[in-house]
Structures are given as C-alpha cells and as structure tokens.
Design a protein around this ligand. Sequence first.
Ligand SMILES: C[C@H](O)[C@H](O)[C@H]1CNC2=NC(N)=NC(=O)C2=N1
Length: 99
Amino acid sequence: MARLLDDEEIARQLTALPGWVGDGAALHRDYELPDFLTAIRGVDEIAQLAEHMDHHPDIDIRWRTLRITLSTHSEGGTTQLDVELAHQIHEVLARLGAT
Ligand SMILES: C[C@H](O)[C@H](O)[C@H]1CNC2=NC(N)=NC(=O)C2=N1
C-alpha cells in the first residue's frame, strides 16, 4: 500500500516534473496537444498505462487541452504512485507533441 507524501516530499519530487503543481490533495497539470484527435489519442495511451499500473487519473478534456489530476483515492492524498504516473503521462504526452 502506498503511503501519503508530505508537502516537503511532494515539492522535492515535483522539481523533476516540469509544469506539475501539488495542492496537498492532488497533483495537476494542463497539457496542450497539437489538435483534438491527438489529445484523444493521448487519453487512450494514458488509459492503457493507467490500467497497467492499476492507478487511474482524472482527465478533463477541453478541445486539445487535457487537465490531468492525480491522487490516490484510497489514501486520501498524494502518494508515490501519483508521482510515478505523472512521469509516465509526461513521457506519453511529450511524445505526442504536448506543451
Ligand atoms: C482495487 C484497485 O487497486 C483500486 O480500486 C485502485 C484502482 N485505481 C485507483 N486509482 C487512483 N487514482 N486511486 C486509487 O486509490 C485507486 N485504487
């Protein structure tokens, strides 16, 4: 079971995740994709890696912008699983041309 990270640990780990912010409850970042269909492909790729990790993001789709929110529901906050998923999502979306 993943343990909750404290604010200091979250801040330290976010230094390796450009653009991501933590609000205590969750990690967030907006990614802008080149177009809508590429954004949807990003959602599909994220869905596959989330299933593989058995850890699932909230994803808000606004045209070609994806707002990703990560938290560990079972723990009520941010854990190492969220940090790991953020790294994997960043890799996938950067490869699809996200900024
Ligand atoms: C049984 C299964 O492992 C749990 O329901 C998982 C599934 N995906 C999950 N995803 C997220 N973000 N938080 C969870 O606590 C969580 N729990």
